[in-house]
Design a protein around this ligand. Structure first.
Ligand code: FER
Length: 245
């Protein structure tokens, strides 16, 4: 494992690179956590190990305001995460050992994966949104996020999230984002994995994304919650099988 920082317009992004055993030159998957998440969460490690087992190197990176990266949680927005992810993609493209590039993210990182997929439609061999939280922009427009209801035309200065306060700018940014357009723009293969007992993101969104993508496979994990607690092996197997198939 190599640990380092990637610059994203002056923000230091904390990164760890785990190469697959015995693979000198090969594929690399960028792996991104969710809202309030970080790179050492059980489901992120399980996904990383599954990819490594399948011969895929993994670059885990923490986005603005999360983990050991720069920025405050309160001030993070999806635009900042998009800027960060593009910096990481550009960094990954400079790595000599990489053949094919993949992008995977969990929840808000899954939404980010969908957005970057659409923005970089010829960069990735496939994208893997896990429990993608792509209802966030709809929630921001409807005035319903984090279990809080607000007037979407009069956005509060601050929302209280489960990790402390979050700036209203998060909502302003999310209101402008239209994941369907980025889903439409990515024509490559997509693997969506989500638990059917997820009560953070309704399964309906994974089913809808599977239909909207031109080439998507959806693997529901029976009984699994948003972070695949107690079902990490099944989630990992879905990822491993996808890469080894
Ligand atoms: C929300 C529900 C889920 C929300 C964010 C999430 C900001 C993200 C979850 C995750 O990334 O795990 O209402 O609002």
């Amino acid at each position: 494992m190599e640990e380092f920082y990637i610059d994203s317009d002056g923000i230091r992004l904390h990164a760890k690179l785990d190469k697959a055993e015995g693979v000198d030159k090969g594929p690399l998957c960028i792996l991104i956590h969710g809202f309030t998440g970080h790179m050492e969460e059980d489901h992120i490690i399980a996904a990383q190990k599954a990819m490594n087992d399948a011969g895929v190197a993994v670059l885990r990176v923490e986005m603005y305001g999360h983990g050991k990266s720069g920025g405050e949680f309160r001030n993070h927005t999806l635009y900042k995460w998009v800027t960060n992810a593009l910096s990481v993609v550009n960094y990954a493209k400079t790595l000599d050992f990489v053949t094919d590039l993949y992008l995977c993210g969990h929840s808000q990182g899954g939404l980010l994966t969908m957005l970057i997929g659409g923005m970089c439609p010829d960069t990735f061999k496939a994208i893997l949104p896990l429990s993608p939280a792509w209802m966030i922009p709809d929630g921001a427009r409807e005035g319903s996020l984090l279990g809080i209801n607000f007037d979407p035309k009069h956005i509060p200065e601050e929302l209280e999230s489960w990790n402390g306060p979050l700036s209203g700018d998060y909502v302003r940014v999310a209101q402008t984002i239209h994941p369907e357009e980025e889903i439409e723009r990515f024509e490559g293969p997509v693997l969506i994995v989500q638990g059917d007992a997820d009560d953070t993101v309704l399964l309906h969104y994974a089913e809808k994304a599977q239909k909207l993508y031109k080439n998507a496979k959806f693997v529901p994990i029976h009984g699994a919650d948003h972070c695949f607690t107690k079902h990490l092996d099944e989630m990992a197997a879905a990822i491993r099988d996808y890469f080894t198939a």
